[in-house]
Design a protein around this ligand. Structure first.
Ligand code: COA
Length: 424
């Protein structure tokens, strides 16, 4: 079956996490993703957080599925020539180097346009234009600068970063959307363009509700926050613990076994339309008509006590038992799932959200597949490439070089030695 982005060639100059998540998505939608890596070491993540000696790390393999790898010293004269040919041939160049790197390499936007006016140049940077534009940025820096850390955690504790990689993978997602939009516009304009996704901007976009609350604060206390009614509100959005970011109050509650299992908890939402059902389930039918509890506004100052009462009920059930009962009554809730439970979840395996992949040097491992499902463009997850595995194939089939030219490039040292498959 044809794929959504079939025929699109991506010159993938990305490394670490943010850029690779973007190009991996494009590869899953059918683009031919050619990853350019430095001879010898390649993407630094190949060797980071290694669990198996001499095998590409899970860090690398889980971010670089369905790609081809060419090793190229883009600072060497022959390497530069090959890169120029790749720019002429590909549709999109994606990069997440530190600011200024691409220009120092000799590939400014102007130069790229000279080589290929249809090329889309897509970049992840830490910050957009402004005082921090020259800074190098990693995930947690973006979480802090984008407003996530100041609004995450409990009021009496320090700012917290989240486990979800909203700075890296989140920005990769934003960039992928920008690339697809630019490809669409190119159909009518005939021109390429620059696409920039700054990590600070991406995180802030995901923290949109907190900028909403910053402005609501000018009109009085945030009544759904745990600080209300007893705590003090300052002039900035406080950390809200596990309170819901939306209009329906919620909290994380203990379930049976919480004393020994760190994940025996459930997220419980006291949704107004099902208040009556909630009262019946937890054994508080009198709250249905009691004016102190019957209406959402009356409940807001008592949320802490209400959730404590609901918790008395959830603590008598496992998180899965509670989930089953609450769902019968359409009461929104969600179990706190551990990574172990997610890895073993058969329904996630069935949809391809969790996949098992085989790799020649590390063997079988689990990965997260494509979370976006297209009915006419199904995703088959294939393993990440070994370093430089497709160098010759790309020089021959993508750039059309003959054997003499390939030998010339190899002899110049610009492509280094490819990592070989164990079977060879
Ligand atoms: N051949 C030759 N040189 C190469 C090369 C290749 N194939 N690929 C990379 N290089 C060189 C670059 O030209 C650069 O050299 P220069 O500094 O002399 O110009 C050098 O490698 C380092 O690149 P850089 O991007 O600065 O890597 P770093 O390891 O120092 O910094 C980051 C890493 C992530 C901090 C930085 O790239 C960054 O801030 N990126 C933007 C934000 C981002 O994506 N952050 C999240 C990462 S998950």
């Amino acid at each position: 079956m044809a794929k959504a982005l079939e025929g699109i060639k991506i010159l993938d100059f990305t490394h670490v996490q943010s850029g690779p998540t973007c190009t991996q998505l494009l590869a899953w939608f059918g683009a031919d993703v050619i990853k350019v890596e430095r001879p010898g070491e390649g993407d630094i993540t190949r060797g980071q957080l290694r669990d198996i000696p001499d095998a590409d790390s899970l860090y690398f393999t889980m971010l670089n599925h369905n790609k081809r790898s060419i090793t190229l010293d883009t600072k060497a004269p022959e390497g530069k020539k090959v890169l120029e040919e790749l720019v002429r041939t590909c549709d999109v160049l994606v990069e997440n180097f530190a600011p200024g790197v691409l220009k120092r390499m000799g590939f400014s936007w102007e130069r790229i346009q000279e080589l290929n006016p249809k090329m889309i140049v897509a970049s992840v940077k830490g910050f957009g234009p402004g005082p921090y534009e020259d800074c190098k940025v990693y995930e947690n820096v973006a979480q802090c600068a984008g407003g996530a850390a100041s609004t995450t955690g409990f009021d009496d504790g320090p700012p917290l970063v989240t486990g979800a990689q909203i700075g890296d993978s989140g920005t990769g997602l934003h960039l992928a959307l920008g690339i697809v939009a630019a490809l669409y516009q190119r159909n009518t304009s005939g021109r390429g363009q620059q696409v920039l996704a700054a990590m600070q901007d991406g995180v802030l976009n995901l923290c949109r509700v907190k900028l909403r609350d910053q402005q609501r604060l000018a009109h009085g206390p945030l009544k759904e926050y745990p600080q209300f009614p007893h705590g003090e509100f300052g002039d900035t959005v406080p950390r809200a613990g596990n309170a819901s970011g939306g209009g329906q109050p919620g909290w994380i509650l203990k379930c049976k076994g919480w004393e020994t299992d760190p994940n025996a908890y459930i997220y419980f939402i006291a949704q107004a339309p099902v208040w009556e059902k909630i009262c019946n389930v937890i054994g508080k039918p009198e709250w249905i008509t009691d004016p102190e509890y019957a209406k959402p506004a009356a409940r807001l100052p008592k949320l802490k006590d209400i959730f404590a009462t609901v918790e008395e009920w959830t603590m008598t059930k496992t998180k899965f038992e509670a989930m089953e009962i609450l769902n019968k009554f359409d009461i929104p809730c969600g179990p706190i799932l551990s990574m172990k439970e997610i890895a073993e979840d058969q329904s996630l395996r069935a949809t391809g959200t969790i996949v098992e992949v085989d790799h020649p040097t590390r063997g079988k491992y689990l990965s997260v597949g494509n979370p976006i499902k297209l009915s006419d463009s199904p995703t088959e997850v294939t393993r990440s490439p070994l370093l430089g595995e497709h160098t010759e194939e790309i020089l021959r089939d993508v750039l059309g070089f003959d054997e003499n030219r390939i030998a010339e490039i190899r002899n110049s040292g610009a492509v280094g030695q490819a990592q070989r498959l164990a079977a060879e």
